[in-house]
Design a protein around this ligand. Structure first.
Ligand code: GLN
Length: 197
């Protein structure tokens, strides 16, 4: 199967690794720059983006990751992972940086205290007729989608919670913890087409 790395600095990387393995990927955990070699795609998990950013820089991964993204590596980010992929992050902590790549503006912890964590069903035609059950855990919202990116899913109030741009995919929610595999399948489609052009 395709070789997919999971950024394993922090967060729920094990859950992603399990789903990807179930779907037939050869999964490896990425903690240092050398471990980016030979992967056909990368998942950036949920967690805490400010911590993930600090660790990525500390381990010398931030620049190699930016180079990989610029080079067209397929990358799927969930929640904190989406924040890492966003070109612009609002309500970041002081000094927090993202990797960028997705032409979007995201706002961290965008749902009020009552709604920091909630579940809802999303209609996502690109993934089929069955709605996607989405779990939000202090997730970000996509406040604006730039010309290069496309919204894939929105809440009923119109706020965007899933986006893609070429080989990049991001969701505010966590398919890796609900048994929802269609996002990972969709992502593996991008990985396969890049691995076997
Ligand atoms: N609130 C976290 C952050 O800003 C994201 C939460 C998550 O990944 N579940 O990075």
């Amino acid at each position: 199967g395709p070789r997919v790395g999971v950024l394993a600095l922090q967060g729920d990387f094990r859950e992603h690794a399990k789903v990807l393995a179930l779907l037939g990927a050869e999964v490896s955990l990425v903690r240092r720059p050398a471990e980016l070699a030979g992967i056909d795609g990368l998942v950036i998990p949920g967690g805490e983006s400010s911590v993930m950013d600090k660790l990525a820089r500390m381990f010398g991964l931030a620049e190699p990751l930016r180079a990989a993204i610029a080079g067209g590596l397929p990358v799927y980010g969930t929640c904190a992972g989406l924040i890492m992929l966003a070109d612009t992050v609002l309500d970041a902590i002081a000094g927090q940086e993202s990797l960028g790549g997705l032409d979007v503006v995201v706002r961290r912890n965008a749902f009020g205290s009552q709604n920091q964590s909630f579940e809802t069903d999303l209609a996502i035609p690109a993934l089929g007729d069955e709605p996607v059950h989405a779990v939000f855990i202090r997730g970000p919202v996509v406040e604006s989608v730039g010309a290069s990116a496309t919204a894939l899913a929105s809440l009923e109030d119109g706020r965007v919670v899933a986006v893609e741009q070429g080989n990049l995919l991001g969701t505010s929610f966590h398919p890796e913890i609900t048994g929802e595999h269609r996002f990972h399948e969709y992502f593996l489609g991008k990985v396969r087409s890049r691995a076997n052009p």
